[in-house]
Design a protein around this ligand. Structure first.
Ligand code: RP5
Length: 168
């Protein structure tokens, strides 16, 4: 791969994951971003299998135009932390459920960062991925009134849907 591997982008959020097999989980983040009309890109970037690509992605992310990175990984889930060490953008980590330890390994690998390099760690699995999308939206909404309105409407609709089915 060459130095132009990652071009300038219209995407505001980068959704990256350690393996194509993580997409089943990470698509929950991408779906929320789509729903809120937030442009995003989705890529496999592996801390262990493509470490040089990971560094190129992280170090070019801000200058390419990205504002937030959502990084999902399972097992020895070093991707979010390593990306956070190579960029000053906010990084949201999603622990993907692993086969051997059901994602507890992923969670602990992501959440136990040394002081100085933060990763905003979500819960394990699809709920965490969904919340990562919403967290990215909340960050972006701080400087985007249109998005803030869409986000408020999303929450209102979610509340209404629960109230509609509240009586059993
Ligand atoms: C991690 O290892 C990935 O994030 C994935 O969750 C896990 C297993 O990867 P595969 O062997 O399924 O590609 O790097």
């Amino acid at each position: 791969m060459n130095e132009n591997e990652f071009e300038p982008t219209e995407a505001l959020v980068g959704v990256i994951m350690g393996s194509r097999n993580d997409w089943e989980t990470m698509k929950a983040a991408a779906e929320i971003l789509d729903q809120l009309a937030i442009p995003s890109e989705r890529l496999v970037v592996s801390a262990h299998r493509t470490p040089a690509r990971m560094v190129r992605y992280a170090t070019s992310a801000a200058s390419r135009g990205l504002k937030v990175i959502i990084a999902g990984a399972g097992g020895a889930a070093h991707l979010p932390g390593m990306v956070a060490s190579e960029t000053n953008l906010p990084v949201i980590g999603v622990p993907v459920q692993s086969r051997a330890l059901q994602g507890l390994d992923s969670l602990l690998s992501i959440v136990q960062m040394p002081g100085g390099i933060p990763v905003a760690t979500m819960s394990i699995g699809a709920a965490g991925a969904k919340n990562a999308g919403i967290m990215a939206a909340r960050i972006l909404a701080l400087s985007d009134p249109g998005l803030a309105a869409r986000l408020a409407q999303f929450v209102e609709e979610q509340t209404a849907a629960v109230l509609e089915s509240a009586e059993l």
